[in-house]
Write a protein that binds this ligand. Structure first.
Ligand code: ZN
Length: 267
């Protein structure tokens, strides 16, 4: 599941490639077109001929501005953007492809069919479900905003970090990484945190986001639609050794999602 760091690097990768490129052709999948929140024929008709102006990110939404309108992708569990020459074989999971005047294509793939694609007019972003409630970005949230906003959320720390209305951009994987960095157990209640603990959680949040962006940027074989998270400390490393204390990394599974943490150094 792409979260803030993956989308941040993706934006940097796609932005310059898409800048001032015109969409000459739009294809939507007959099987997967239902992931588009706009009827497929309408989507194709409206995007054809438009020019990419800006690629940006808000939390876990990736936004492409085309002639003042917005193509917004919320990748959810398995959505991926692919950058490919038009001649490249189409992956099974392709939802749409935009052929550009450069001969390249921007494609959206989704193997788990949960991603969401919105096409909204200028001023229409707040109509996207979840958009209006988004909290400050986890990469840039200040200590003051963090400690002020956290008071409204008394529950478990893992859920808190994933709550997009608290801070935007953190999901299942990076919440594990942040809690490991901070030394707190995922099911610990926010109400047990002292002011120093909250400062520590804030610092860990920003640090984990920044270092993940750097780690992904440094990957020598970066491919936009692939995801390499081998740099992570605990997430996806259940049964392995904690890089900080050597204790065995624990794993809990709920609703098909894994939570990983270390009982040795998280309290
Ligand atoms: Zn540990």
């Amino acid at each position: 599941m792409p979260e803030l760091p993956e989308l941040e690097v993706l934006r940097d990768y796609l932005g310059p490639r898409l800048d001032q490129r015109r969409v000459v052709k739009v294809w939507t999948s007959p099987k997967l077109g239902f992931l588009l929140r706009t009827p497929a024929d309408e989507f194709a008709r409206q995007l054809t001929g438009l020019t990419f102006q800006r690629t940006w990110r808000r939390g876990k939404f990736l936004v492409f501005d085309l002639d003042g309108q917005h193509l917004v992708i919320n990748p959810m569990l398995g959505g991926r953007m692919q950058w490919a020459p038009a001649s490249e074989k189409l992956a099974q999971a392709t939802v749409f492809r935009l052929t550009l005047d450069s001969g390249d294509e921007l494609r959206f793939l989704d193997t788990v069919k949960m991603g969401r694609v919105y096409w909204v007019p200028d001023g229409g972003l707040p109509t996207i479900p979840g958009w209006a409630e988004l909290g400050p970005d986890a990469l840039t949230v200040t200590a003051g905003e963090f400690s002020q906003r956290i008071r409204r959320h008394p529950g478990e720390l893992k859920n808190l970090l994933r709550n997009q209305a608290f801070i935007a951009g953190v999901g299942n994987a990076y919440s594990d990484e942040i809690l490991h960095e901070a030394g707190f157990l995922p099911l610990r209640k926010r109400s047990t945190l002292k002011p120093d603990d909250i400062s520590r959680l804030h610092a860990s949040t920003v640090k984990v986001m920044q270092s993940a962006v750097e780690a992904i940027r440094a990957q020598p074989h970066y491919i936009a639609h692939k995801q390499d998270r081998s740099f992570m400390a605990v997430h996806g490393k259940g049964g392995g050794a904690c890089p900080r204390c050597g204790h065995r990394i624990s794993e809990l599974t709920a609703r098909g999602e894994n939570t990983n943490f270390c009982r040795g150094c998280q309290h």
